[in-house]
Design a protein around this ligand. Structure first.
Ligand code: ATP
Ligand code: MG
Length: 408
């Protein structure tokens, strides 16, 4: 494969227009820089609401899967940059078609945009000047103005002309961190890491909180959650994980003899602790991996009683998503294989035979009010969290995630 000069990253209209533009652009550039940390001689240039990456001594092909994780980016293209002269543009276009090694008839059109008005031909005049020599040289090319397989684009600017054909979809969403900070309740399951990735993609800065009931849950269960947070850090550049000692809160409930309310009580305690940590870390929302109807605690009556334990908004990115779809995303983002490891989560351990799907808020409130020292135990758990920082590049880089698969 021939060397490509640049990778061109495009961003959504909403993202890079309007009042937030400067902030969004800066966040996008910072994210690109974080993802390119393992490639120190790659160079980043920002221009007209786009980002150009010069792969330096590495290859563009190698960088494509890395850069496909830039949130807010709608698409990216490998581009050839040449002097803004007609001969040079035609030559680059010919090389591009040659590299495709056509073996069957392929429809195409050219799409020229002249931004630099001193270029001697208008956009319309330039189209046939590029297309004719291509048609002559490659008999398998056929013009199709409406739905071509190859749209060969040329952008003529004063510094350079850019020639490209391939448009690779990006993840979309918003540049990382531009929508504020949220605290993700990260369990060892399949759902919450996917909810975390969805939040990152939507422009949230994500910190994670995990409730751990040592010695009822093992050291491996904790390591598993650290591994999951590390995968998220691969997408975000950096992630902080707060690990909460939850054993005492949990055992205080088991003594109350309200087995079928166990999950409801535990979830409400988790939300209370998470709210305290969120306030400390200045996060403005909680995120969970809940999906409507999936388990007893995720029925509408359960969610209703559980979420009254906090005043913070609870974001549930997966609330309307089917399990198969969640699994599909978790495979793509590289969390599935970790999530299915068999270590017990604190909730699975204490799950009663028949958890209620319709808890009564008044009764739940009464049980909480009579649980000895509950307020103090919750405060202590929040105060005694252990915080770990995880960085991109700690493990292999994450796989490319393309939004082209209509997930949502
Ligand atoms: P997941 O696959 O994310 O564990 P789940 O389908 O197993 O979800 P539950 O176990 O009922 O569902 O948990 C619902 C949500 O509560 C999780 O998605 C997660 O956000 C949060 N949660 C559950 N257990 C914990 C925990 N030990 N630490 C932090 N958050 C938790
Ligand atoms: Mg779970």
């Amino acid at each position: 494969m021939k060397k490509t000069d640049y990778l061109l990253l495009r961003f959504g209209e909403v993202t890079l227009k309007g009042r937030n533009r400067a902030r969004f652009e800066k966040a996008a550039v910072e994210h690109v820089r974080a993802l390119l940390r393992p490639y120190p001689d790659a160079k980043i240039r920002r221009e007209f609401g786009r980002i150009y990456v010069d792969p330096g001594s590495g290859s563009a092909e190698e960088l494509i899967p890395v850069l496909q994780n830039v949130f807010g980016m709608t698409s990216l293209s490998p581009v050839r940059a040449v002097r803004p002269e007609l001969d040079e543009i035609v030559k680059a276009a010919e090389e591009l078609v040659e590299a495709m090694e056509l073996t069957r008839e392929t429809t195409f059109k050219t799409n020229v945009r002249r931004v630099w008005k001193d270029f001697p031909h208008s956009s319309q005049e330039t189209n046939p000047l590029v297309a004719s020599p291509l048609l002559k040289k490659f008999p398998l090319l056929k013009v199709d103005m409406h739905d071509p397989e190859l749209e060969l684009r040329v952008e003529i600017r004063d510094q350079a002309a850019y020639v490209f054909g391939e448009v690779i979809p990006g993840p979309g969403g918003f540049p990382l961190g531009t929508n504020g900070k949220a605290l993700l309740l990260l369990s060892g399951g399949i759902d919450s890491p996917v909810a975390g990735w969805s939040s990152l993609r939507r422009g949230l800065e994500v910190e994670c909180i995990h409730f751990h009931s040592y010695p009822f849950t093992s050291e491996q269960a904790k390591e598993k959650v650290i591994d999951l947070a590390r995968v998220l850090a691969g997408y975000a550049g950096k992630v902080r994980l707060h690990i909460v000692p939850f054993t005492e809160v949990q055992t205080s409930f088991t003594r109350m003899g309200q087995d079928n309310l166990m999950i409801t009580l535990m979830r409400r305690a988790m939300l209370r602790i998470a709210t305290k940590v969120a306030e400390r870390e200045k996060a403005l929302a909680l995120v969970t991996g809940e999906s409507l109807g999936q388990v007893a605690s995720q029925t509408l009556p359960s969610m209703n009683v559980i979420e009254r334990a906090t005043e913070l908004p609870i974001l549930r990115p997966l609330v309307m998503t089917d399990k198969e779809e969640i699994i599909r995303i978790s495979r793509r983002i590289g969390t599935y294989d970790i999530s299915v490891l068999p270590y017990e989560d604190c909730c699975t351990l204490f799950v009663p035979k028949s958890p209620t799907t319709n808890p009564n808020l008044r009764i739940v409130g009464k049980v909480e009010a009579t649980t000895p020292n509950l307020t103090r135990l919750i405060e202590e758990a929040a105060a005694n969290t252990e915080t770990i920082e995880l960085y991109a590049g700690d493990t292999r880089s994450p796989g490319a995630v393309s939004v082209n698969e209509d997930w949502f």
